[in-house]
Ligand binder design. Structure first.
Ligand code: HEC
Ligand code: HEC
Length: 482
């Protein structure tokens, strides 16, 4: 073992005091049989041993028959398209009036990751589906949240049912950014620049802020929700006390089910606290489906065609009822993270050491023991006390100007993003046929994602830029094994 590595691991141990679980696996192939080393299990008995196209779509191995039946119902409402009202099928009508996709699965394809559209040589591209653009104007809104654009609301809907105009279209240009590793190898990143045009209801408000975001993979969200608040607050305390550049902050956001402010965990800015709240919000915002939490369509006052359009379920009740909504929540919350692959490869083990050495783990915290899962209907023993390996601190970090969207979201400022979990990152290619990473999918693979890191993660990125080609490949192999 290199002396430098030893020293760093000792520092690492100090930083994660109280969280000895965070130390990574064996270095240089040395056997380390302690509980601190991650093997193949990502979530104890709940782990799904699966790869390929269904890697994000398996239930917890521990579900019983009744729970599996509920999982299947939730799955069908996640995946199947909603249709324009009025329709013969009142169980699934009420799409729009404005929307982006016709189903959850339209963006989270196979419960996986969305991608920005390919920008062709002539600058043309399809309208994005798995990437949406959040909108707001400066100021603090209800419960500390954003202030929506007064005409377009809090996200751009680039599709609409017949008889209603889509709000507008998203345009993406890319600018090349050139750089080099320390060994002279060149790389080129593509920086996306977003504009909105063909706006149906007149101009956007002055000072409007855009935040483009891709759909993350869903597997494991229930376990993210089962991480104890105290652990997240501990991450924050430890980082703030360390005096180093890494100083994450918790976000606190309104939860539509708890009807209270909660620690944010989901979304690229930790702008949602629970799978339940995220789900009801997505039904309304992304598909135009009303629910007990959001009984009114998201048509803004100036959008007369939207307001006049027929409602689903023949105008009775909401377009999705409480029971079906809870099945969709249950479905997502019990999607299992997939087991790691290639754990014993020397290259992967070398990558694990480099991940610790570059202090990636100061933000991408490897493991937790789960607490209670508050989502509806799941018997708690199935998620409680599991050792899970999501590789996130769930905190907001200043990631530098190049990644900044300039748009605050609750306590998150315009330069901060939540550390995303890294479990499953290596399976996105199998499931979705691409590996577009970061909040707007600008990175084409793990190495580009690291090269975009700035701000609090600058030192980590610079360490990676100094690695030779073999070690760079090892780091990527480790991250892709998660
Ligand atoms: C138009 C594309 C789109 C559709 C349709 C969509 N989502 Fe999403 N989803 C996203 C994006 C983008 C995010 C990240 C949001 C953010 O950062 O604010 C997200 C985030 C999530 C998350 C949080 C994941 C995490 O780890 O942070 C969950 C859970 C989720 N969506 C569930 C759903 C459900 C359930 C539906 C259907 C009701 C749905 N989504 C429909 C694009 C979509
Ligand atoms: C200061 C905290 C911090 C450090 C240190 C850090 N990261 Fe990250 N990482 C983040 C945040 C925040 C994002 C999301 C940024 C965005 O989406 O714009 C991210 C995103 C990623 C992604 C993309 C994940 C996805 O789902 O799209 C990968 C891969 C990644 N980091 C790997 C690493 C590696 C490898 C290292 C060490 C070289 C590292 N990170 C160091 C905070 C950090």
């Amino acid at each position: 073992m290199k002396p430098g590595l030893l020293a760093r691991r000792a520092v690492g141990a100090a930083i994660v005091a109280g969280g000895a679980t965070s130390l990574l696996g064996p270095v240089h192939g040395q056997a380390d049989l302690s509980d601190a080393v991650q093997g193949e299990h990502t979530a104890g008995a709940a782990t799904a041993f699966v790869s390929g196209r269904n890697a994000f779509s398996m239930p917890f191995a521990t579900l019983d028959d009744a729970e599996r039946a509920r999982f299947a119902v939730g799955n069908s409402f996640f995946r199947r398209n909603w249709v324009q009202a009025p329709a013969s099928t009142t169980a699934r009508d009420g799409l729009g009036p404005h929307f982006i996709a016709r189903s959850c699965g339209g963006c989270h394809v196979q419960d996986g990751r969305g991608a920005p559209p390919e920008v062709r040589k002539d600058g043309k591209h399809e309208q994005p589906v798995g990437l949406l653009v959040r909108l707001s104007v400066p100021g603090v809104g209800a419960n500390g949240g954003v202030v929506p654009d007064p005409v377009y609301g809090d996200q751009l809907n680039n599709a609409a049912v017949e008889g209603v105009q889509p709000e507008g279209l998203v345009r993406i240009r890319t600018q090349p950014l050139h750089g080099r590793f320390a060994d002279g190898t060149r790389y080129t990143l593509q920086k996306p620049v977003y504009t909105l045009d063909t706006l149906a209801y007149g101009p956007l408000a002055p000072g409007v802020m855009l935040s483009p975001r891709v759909a993350p993979q869903i597997a494991g969200v229930g376990l993210i929700e089962a991480i104890r608040d105290d652990d997240i607050l501990d991450n924050e305390r430890r980082q703030q006390a360390s005096g180093g550049p890494v100083r994450g902050q918790v976000n606190r956001v309104w939860d539509d089910f708890a009807q209270a402010l909660r620690i944010g965990r989901l979304g690229w800015k930790a702008n949602q606290a629970s799978v339940a709240s995220q789900t009801a919000g997505a039904f309304l915002g992304d598909i135009g489906i009303t629910s007990p939490q959001h009984p009114t369509e998201a048509c803004m006052p100036a959008q007369k065609d939207c307001l006049a359009s027929p409602k689903g379920a023949h105008g009775q009740d909401t377009e999705i009822d409480a029971r079906t909504l809870s099945d969709v929540i249950f479905y997502q919350a019990t999607l299992a993270p997939a087991a790691r692959r290639k754990v014993d490869l020397p290259q992967v083990q070398r990558g694990a050491a480099l991940f610790a050495q570059a202090q990636c783990d100061s933000c991408h915290r490897p493991s937790y023991i789960t607490g209670d899962a508050p989502f509806a209907g799941l018997s708690s023993p199935k998620v409680k006390g599991l050792k899970i390996w999501p590789y996130t601190d769930l905190l907001l970090h200043d990631m530098g100007e190049a990644l900044a969207d300039g748009r605050p979201d609750y306590a998150a400022n315009g330069r901060q993003w939540k550390t995303p979990p890294l479990w499953g990152v290596g399976l996105i290619r199998d499931v979705n046929g691409h590996q577009r990473l970061l909040h707007d999918g600008r990175a084409r693979g793990v190495m580009e994602a690291v090269l975009w890191h700035g701000g609090e993660a600058t030192a980590a990125r610079e360490q990676v830029r100094r690695l030779n080609a073999k070690d760079r490949a090892a780091l990527v192999a480790f991250v892709e094994s998660l």
